[in-house]
Structures are given as C-alpha cells and as structure tokens.
Design a protein around this ligand. Structure first.
Ligand code: SF4
Length: 243
C-alpha cells in the first residue's frame, strides 16, 4: 500500500480498530516502511509485545539522546533479547550537539523554555526527523490520558513532517495505566524499572522526575517550569496532535 492511497474512509476504519489489529494492519500493509518509535515507556513495552504476537518481522527505533537513564538503556537491551531484534538508534548529530554544548553548556535546559526546546530539538526532534524520513507509518505510544494536551490524540491520522506525509498511529490511545499494567504483568514483560521508582513518563536524566501523588503522568517533566505549562512536550509530537 502507498501512503497516497489512504482515504478518510481508511482513517475512519483504522481509528475504530483495537490495538493488536491496528499494529498488524500497519506491518502487513507497509512492511519495512512501518516502524514502532519508542522511548521505552510502558506503552512501548506493550506495543512491542503486541507486534511480536502478530507480525514475524517488525522495525523498532528509539531516539538515544545520550542523556537517558541507565534503566532505559537496560530496558532497550532486555527488549532486544526478548524479541530477538536490533532496535535502531537515532542519535543527535555530533557537530550540532558539540556546537550547542560549546555555546550554552550541558545544562542549558534550566535557563528558560526556549533553551529547553532547543536542547530537545538537537537531542530528540532532529534525530526523530531522520527516523521519519525512513518510513511511511510511525507507530507511537501516545495516550489520551497522559495530559490535557494529549487528550485529543487520534489512533490514526496523516501528518506532515518537512513536507513528507506520514501515517501516524497511536494504537493505545484509549488505554489507561491499569490496562497497561495488567497487560505487562499478565504477560511477565520486561519493563523500564524507573516505573518502580515513581516515574510515570520518561525522557532524559534530570528532565524527568518521579511523580507526586495525584499529578498527571507528564507532570514530572521539566519540573522547574511553571505549573501552568501543561503542554510538557519535547517537540516530537507538538505539530501532530489534532483530531
Ligand atoms: S529532555 Fe532535557 S536533556 Fe533531554 S533533550 Fe530535552 S531538554 Fe535536553
């Protein structure tokens, strides 16, 4: 199938599919032009497992910002071992990273929102754009209940990245944490151990912190910024959340 062949009718059909069928549909129709993008949150753990049950061979990529927690690197290795696959790693461009560090230092994200977004662009968004250039279908772990900003996320939508059309999927958009834990525990899956330490959303060291009871899942991100900033996004998904 080609991305140009996806009609509104197809999108409607995809939006009503359960997670396993949606993942299966993506790999059957787009094969190596489909890939799961995961930062080893719990949703990614579930999506990998669902894919392994319905598809023989499937692509997975991750953005290695070079500032991930040791527990996240461990989760990457554990998944590679369990599913017998090599997870593609997209990292920051060396020269761009060096330039940023020389100008602003390693901890520029504390200074202000613009510098945090710049750091996220260099370490996450640009490598993610490189990953997107290699595919037509991007399978993500976005969920509606992660934040107010994400509550409208559809299961299937066509997005554009640098002029390229991509089918973006969020198979677990309507799952909640209880359902995710039930799946992970029920199937004894290896998961990122930061989730046993109070974390509910995981990015880089320092920029992700454990939650206080009652907080929304992404409240632990960039905790030093205003509470009114409920967006809490690194930029990978900001131009793509729409209904
Ligand atoms: S989460 Fe923090 S360290 Fe990681 S890319 Fe964003 S600002 Fe930089």
């Amino acid at each position: 199938m080609k991305i140009e062949e996806i009609t509104q009718q197809t999108l409607n059909k995809l939006n009503s599919m359960p997670a396993d069928k949606l993942i299966k549909w993506a790999f059957e129709n787009f094969r190596e032009r489909a890939a799961i993008g995961t930062s080893f949150q719990l949703t990614g753990t579930v999506i990998l497992d669902l894919a392994s049950r319905h598809v023989k061979k499937f692509r997975v990529f991750t953005i290695d910002t070079l500032r991930l927690h040791p527990e996240t690197y461990h989760a990457i290795k554990a998944s590679e071992k369990k599913y017998g696959l090599t997870i593609e790693r997209f990292m920051p461009n060396n020269d761009t990273l060096r330039n940023m560090l020389d100008r602003f230092g390693e901890y520029l994200f504390f200074t202000d929102k613009a510098k945090q977004e710049y750091c996220c662009f260099v370490r996450k968004v640009e490598p993610n754009k490189r990953a997107l250039k290699t595919l037509d279908v991007w399978i993500t772990g976005l969920r509606k209940d992660q934040s107010d900003y994400r509550k409208a996320v559809p299961k299937a939508s066509i997005i554009e990245d640098d002029g390229k059309k991509i089918l973006k999927l969020a198979p677990l958009a309507d799952w909640n944490m209880d359902k995710i834990w039930e799946y992970i525990r029920g199937n004894n899956l290896p998961y990122n151990k930061l989730f046993d330490m109070g974390y509910d959303s995981i990015g880089c060291i320092i920029c992700s912190t454990p939650l206080v009871k009652g907080e929304l899942p992404r409240s632990g991100r960039w905790r030093w910024f205003s509470k009114e900033d409920d967006k809490k996004e690194c930029g990978i998904h900001t131009n793509t959340i729409k209904n």
